[in-house]
Design a protein around this ligand. Structure first.
Ligand SMILES: NC(=O)c1ccc[n+]([C@@H]2O[C@H](COP(=O)([O-])OP(=O)(O)OC[C@H]3O[C@@H](n4cnc5c(N)ncnc54)[C@H](O)[C@@H]3O)[C@@H](O)[C@H]2O)c1
Length: 335
């Protein structure tokens, strides 16, 4: 088959990475159209690629020189743009979050189900990280016995002062939500956010760190340390505690250096370095499936469930209460 022609909407930090991935590292695709509300930015990105700029996002999606779409616009723009992709019958890789609220995310699940074929993949790239994939294989093979608990760590070195506790839930902890559902294979039914004393670098009123607790359908517990101003590096770790053993990923042990009487390693400074290979693997899988007119990987339902858990998480942060999650109907076609 000829190369898949992809429109990329939103070419900020994430979109620029996806453009680079499609142009230089992924096989079988090229960027044909670039769209961004910042037209200068779109021109800059498109120029070296021989791609054209389309200023209207809906026209970019519907264009005859576009076979598939990558959305890396801000979350508030996703709902309209994903619906336009469904309308145009085009496969779409949509960055998280799928949409900004549960009702609109559920409407996308239903709209896709009515089409009768999967067209929406949500950008939960950790599922394509080799450590997460290995951990999932271990669990599915039964090597740990039944998983009982999970401990997760999500640390960033720094964030702007404007990054609130609610944003930490919606932007960072959202990945732990998807990992929990991916690794344990069940839904999260309740979320609680505990707030220890804040680090002195957090603006007044911001809870950082937080300890977030998920309860799953079968009663498993998952704790997540969310700490986004550590001043250290980007650290994402997961330990699954099972009946027959424990397994940990994210130990940054790629290289252990022994030199001048000391030993140690290096921690990735940011998510692009830590998960760069996973983003590329995610994109390759999207391109391969989109070439056959469909998608695999994290689904619209996965995107919807994450939106619902994060909405509950945001409520848990602001009220200090345990918040239960009641998901809407799951269309048979999405199972
Ligand atoms: N999967 C991950 O790990 C990960 C990491 C970072 C960001 N993201 C997600 O990627 C998306 C983009 O994040 P970012 O960090 O690149 O943000 P960013 O602000 O760097 O880039 C967003 C770009 O979208 C453009 N834009 C704004 N409104 C638009 C619209 N209506 N249509 C098209 N373009 C529009 C902006 O001009 C900007 O260039 C967000 O949904 C974010 O949550 C995911």
């Amino acid at each position: 088959m000829s190369e898949l022609r992809v429109a990329v909407l939103g070419v900020g930090k994430m979109g620029a990475f996806h453009v680079d991935s499609l142009s230089r590292r992924v096989r079988g695709a090229r960027v044909s159209v670039v769209n961004d509300v910042d037209t200068d930015r779109a021109e800059q990105v498109a120029a070296p690629l021989d791609a054209r700029v389309e200023t209207d996002p809906t026209a970019a999606i519907a264009a005859t020189d576009v076979d598939a779409v990558v959305l890396a616009s801000p979350g508030f723009a996703h709902e309209k743009q994903v619906l336009a992709c469904l309308e145009a019958n085009k496969p779409v890789l949509c960055e998280k979050p799928l949409t900004m609220d549960e009702a609109s995310a559920h409407a996308i699940v239903q709209a896709e189900a009515e089409l009768g074929r999967r067209l929406v993949q949500v950008g939960f790239m950790r599922r394509y990280d080799r450590e997460y994939a290995a951990l999932r294989d271990l669990i599915v093979a039964g090597d740990l016995g039944s998983p009982l608990m999970m401990h997760c760590v999500h640390r960033n070195p720094a964030v702007p002062d404007s990054f609130t506790s609610e944003m930490a839930m919606a932007d960072s902890v959202v990945h732990e939500v998807d990992c929990t559902r991916f690794l344990l294979g069940e839904e999260i039914v309740a979320v609680t956010a505990l707030k220890p004393g804040a680090t002195s670098s957090a603006p007044s009123g911001t809870s950082d760190p937080m300890l977030v607790l998920f309860e799953t359908e079968s009663g498993r517990l998952v704790d997540v340390e969310s700490f986004v101003r550590t001043g250290v590096a980007y650290e994402v770790r997961t330990e699954v505690v099972g009946e027959n053993g424990m397994a940990t990923i994210g130990l940054d042990q790629n290289l252990l250096l022994r030199r001048e009487g000391r030993w140690g390693g290096r921690i990735a400074p940011d998510f692009v370095e830590r998960f760069g290979a996973a983003y590329d693997a995610q994109m390759q899988a999207f391109v391969d499936a989109a070439g056959t007119g469909t998608v695999g990987g994290p689904s619209a339902w996965d995107g919807y469930a994450a939106v619902a858990v994060c909405a509950a998480g945001v409520e848990a942060v602001s009220t200090g209460r345990r918040v239960e999650i009641r998901l809407g109907d799951r269309p048979e076609a999405t199972r």
